[in-house]
Design a protein around this ligand. Sequence first.
Ligand SMILES: [Fe+2]
Length: 602
Amino acid sequence: MTHSFKPRAVVAGLAAITATAALGIGSITMAGAQAPATTSSVVLGVGANASQRVVSWYTSANTAQSVQVAPTAALINGEFPAGATTFTATIAANTVNGGFNGHAVLSGLQENTAYSYRVGSEGSWSATYSFKTQTFKGEFDFLFYGDPQIGSSGDTTKDGLGWEDTLKVSTAANPNAELLVSGGDQVETANTESQWDAFLKSDTLRQYPWAATIGNHDVGGKAYDQHFWTPNTDRSADYYSGSTSTQSGGDYFYVYKDVLFIHLNSNAYSAAKDSAHVKYVTDTVNAHGSEAKYTVLVFHHAIYSPAAHANDSDNKGRRQDFPTAFSNLGVDLVLAGHDHSYSRSYALKNGQKTNAAEQPGAASVVTGPGGVIYVTGNSASGSKYYDLTKPVAGEFGPDPLNPNSHYANSVENQEHVRTYVKVQVRNDKLVVENVRSGTCAAPNAAVERGNVSWCGPDSGATAAQPVGSVVDKVTIHAAEANTDGQVGGSVPATLSLTLGTPPTFGAFAPGVEKEYTATTDATVISTAGDAALTVSDPGHLTNGAFSLPEPLSVAFSKFAWTAPVSNDKVNVSFKQLIKASDALRTGAYTKSLTFTLSTTNP
Ligand SMILES: [Fe+2]
């Protein structure tokens, strides 16, 4: 015990001194003044960046505590070395359920290192846990889990077993995954500690950092905030659904390698609170977007959820309030839960498909500028499943390509088996998979308890697929291989070498209605499994400050390939309507266009 505590120990009174002496320790310490603090509910959390971790825990007393950390290689027979690093904890009184909570930020970690750690203080350390760091920049994998919601089946033990099993199965299959990302609803009832105990039982949550997200079942009290300390958290009232003194929440972010993650407390919703979230995302992307390649948003209430919550009024509000902002901000992926079923959206720009030709279940998608993929996580614990719902015309309506599915979604799935989502972050793509972590067999609480009547694909008509099998997999590419070209009106412009002869409409005759046409070709070479040709919004031809009243239109004879091609010629046709009353200015009307050939399955 440190020297500075001695005067306080003396002041603590004779009883303390007597007790210490009776134990024969021979020194007067705070530990002698009271029972050592016990610790529980230790959980490893995500830090502000890849070189940090956060450890949070519950403790019985407000004593001086810390997290002791050392490279595992430096431990001798399980003993921490004298030079182990100590991170002093912040201890705060719990506002519900008694006791205290502690946390410490572990900073300055080294790359590619296995660490061991324990929490508490001399004489009352927790068990020793471990985690590893990898490189601090570049590619990585993370796992995403929808609604464990422990206790929601009506059997906390069974729910906990399913959750433990999903954690085990998913990390065994992906031992190098670097983050476990929450879709919210850790527990059924916000302040029920027995549910938190079951949620936190697996040592996997002391080994891999948990990136918490608050769900509607976590928000009714302070236990969530007591269990999880999160970095860069804005606890303004706008990011709470109720009083900040009785509700958990806040919005937070971190930059983990190539991804800027932003977690929102979507329990705070209203037009005003949605716009506050948008401001948070905007400010965060503006301040930190350049530090990462991708932006991933995480919040509980899925916008394009395929099941029971598809047409909830708050969701309808979010579908108005969020998509255009997310597109404008260059968000790549939105991960959510709440609907206990899986969905993967088409590439959506401002809430609409970016490419009308994108097929349901496409294995490869080019999002293009403004394109966002929205994923809803199914139950990771098996505690509760919602069945897919029929799209409601006029609300979250049917997909013309697959009327059983909602218009925004490429894939919707519910089999009443546990799943998790794996995301591979790569230099040139994101790969998103929904993977089965269970079968119809136990642990599968909702099935075991008869809360649902069938199990397996096709509403139970098909036998359950094995653990580790893939429900859905998509490779997401941003647009690549851009080629700038120009199309001209009365004066021909220049196209790039990958395009054919520059098109020209010839001279526009004022005062005469006529549709002018021009064509060129594009030569496509692709060694990829598929490819897509797109063009930027043609807009209007301009001549200085003057633009033609009617828009330019561009069409391709072919814009999608499902196999490699060499020197495939595509006819590119341009149309420009000039009306009799259109005023024309002498000179050249031109427009720069960007043609994009995207290889989506290299
Ligand atoms: Fe839930």
